[in-house]
Design a protein around this ligand. Structure first.
Ligand code: S3P
Length: 441
């Protein structure tokens, strides 16, 4: 939070979205680009890097471990790879802010180093579950001290050696999968991770791009430790999780017609398109192409009438970060939308089931939270005041709701929008959202 007080958004009701825009780079891919570039041999040049607080936290962590990184300059980085064993002990704890991806993926990499490091973060990150990574890492031989309830700070003590394991993930989590694969780079023998449902596969793809062999057999992903990463150039697509706010906004606001450029449409991330189409959205995928091992396309979205649906279970992990704004779509749909099987939403940057239900109720929407999802009956949206609980995606989702509200919406605690979407207010305003931000307190 800034010294000059907390950031609020105020959005006038109504309006439509039009024109063409490119949202910032993919957050998940940006983290991984820095991590693998730092450990590679040679120079990795990155374009499209997300200059948001989360990925910058990863970048700063590697600088503190002695990696020479130039930039970011307009999304460009030049990373002088330190090699697999070239990291140095940092002289202070690594503060990862709000970023779960930094914490969980770095925990895997740090388990393979021969120095001791502490990973810490803000109050949200320090309350998120970490046993899901510390248990399997400990089985691999890592030495990790946690708080009594298994939360961070994590103190990772340089250990003798790691040994590969064959692990069945208890939940569909790309962070846990990636954490173990990254630890596996340092382990003796083979590390295999089986996932209960497909999750984002950027780690596996990018390891391949750095010349590291990864084998996939159905839902099981394996690699053999102690190989090398060879530097490469990376072009990071725009983040579909950021584009999602505009996909929903242009769908629910009458007379909208918007083109979103160069969006990553990796099939393990495209649940938001599939779910919105099921609800009746008009989204065209144009000019689909490959950008450095990731699929990208321009997305044209026009206003459409939505209907409530039962969200298919197989789409849940593929849209896991998009539910805050999908709930807004559901509030604008005719009939009932039912989400189940999404208990992971309760342990994101906030409890996204409860916080979204509270906000929707405050706006007069019939929203019933359940243990693992939500039932929403579409209807009129009043204006009102929303508490985002410092969760970036909650803040942006309710900003989009204003397009269909009867009165203005004010959203509290919006500083963390910068973690994933720097420039959101300006970009959204340029597309037609009547949004402004200001500080209080
Ligand atoms: C991410 C995986 C997801 C997602 C997060 C980014 C990643 O978390 O919610 O925003 O980059 O691997 P989980 O693995 O906890 O589902």
């Amino acid at each position: 939070m800034s010294a000059s007080g907390r950031l609020l958004f105020s959005i006038d009701a109504g309006g439509c979205l039009s024109g063409r825009l490119r949202v910032p780079g993919d957050k998940s891919i940006s983290h991984r680009a820095v991590m693998l570039g730092a450990l590679a041999s040679g120079i990795t040049r990155v374009s499209g890097f997300l200059e948001g607080e989360d990925s910058l936290a990863t970048l700063r962590a590697f600088r503190l471990m002695g990696v020479d990184i130039e930039g970011p300059d307009n999304g460009r980085l030049r990373i002088q790879g330190a090699g697999m064993h070239g990291l140095r002990a940092p002289d202070r704890p690594l503060d990862l802010g709000n970023s779960g991806t930094s914490m969980r993926l770095l925990a895997g990499l740090m388990s393979g180093q021969n120095f001791t490091v502490t990973l810490t973060g803000d109050s949200s990150l320090l309350s998120r579950p970490m046993r899901r990574i510390t248990e399997p890492l400990t089985r691999m031989g890592a030495c990790i001290e946690t708080g009594s309830d298994g939360t961070a700070p994590l103190r990772i003590v340089g250990c003798e050696r790691l040994i590969g394991i064959d692990y069945l993930l208890p939940m569909a989590s790309a962070q846990v999968k990636s954490c173990l694969l990254l630890a596996g780079l340092y382990a003796e023998g083979e590390t295999c991770v089986s996932e209960p449902a497909p999750t984002r596969d950027h780690t596996e793809r990018m390891l391949g791009g750095f010349g590291y062999p990864v084998r996939r057999d159905g839902n099981r992903i394996c690699l053999t430790g102690r190989g090398v990463l060879t530097a490469t150039d990376l072009d990071i697509p725009a983040d579909i999780s950021s584009a999602a706010f505009f996909l929903v906004g242009a769908t629910i606001a009458e007379k909208s017609d918007l083109l979103l450029e160069h969006v990553g449409i990796n099939p393990t991330r495209n649940g938001v398109i599939n779910i919105l189409r099921l609800m009746g959205a008009d989204i065209e995928v144009l000019n689909a192409r490959d950008a450095g091992g990731e699929q990208v396309a321009d997305l044209r979205v026009r206003s459409a009438k939505l209907r409530g649906v039962r969200i298919p279970h197989d789409q849940v992990p593929l849209a896991i970060d998009e539910f805050p704004v999908l709930f807004i779509a559901a509030a604008c749909a005719e009939g009932e939308t039912v989400l189940t099987g999404a208990e992971e939403l309760r342990v994101k940057e906030s409890d996204r089931i409860q916080v979204m239900a509270d906000g929707l109720l405050a706006l007069g929407v019939d929203a019933r939270p359940t243990a693992d999802g939500m039932i929403i009956r579409g209807g009129p949206i009043k204006g009102g005041r929303i508490r985002s609980h410092g969760d970036h995606r909650i803040a942006m989702a309710f900003a989009i709701a204003a397009l269909r509200a009867a009165n203005p919406i004010v959203i509290e605690d919006c500083d963390n929008v910068n973690t994933s979407f720097p420039g959101f207010v300006n970009l959204a305003a340029a597309a037609g959202l009547a949004i402004r931000d200001y500080r209080v307190g």
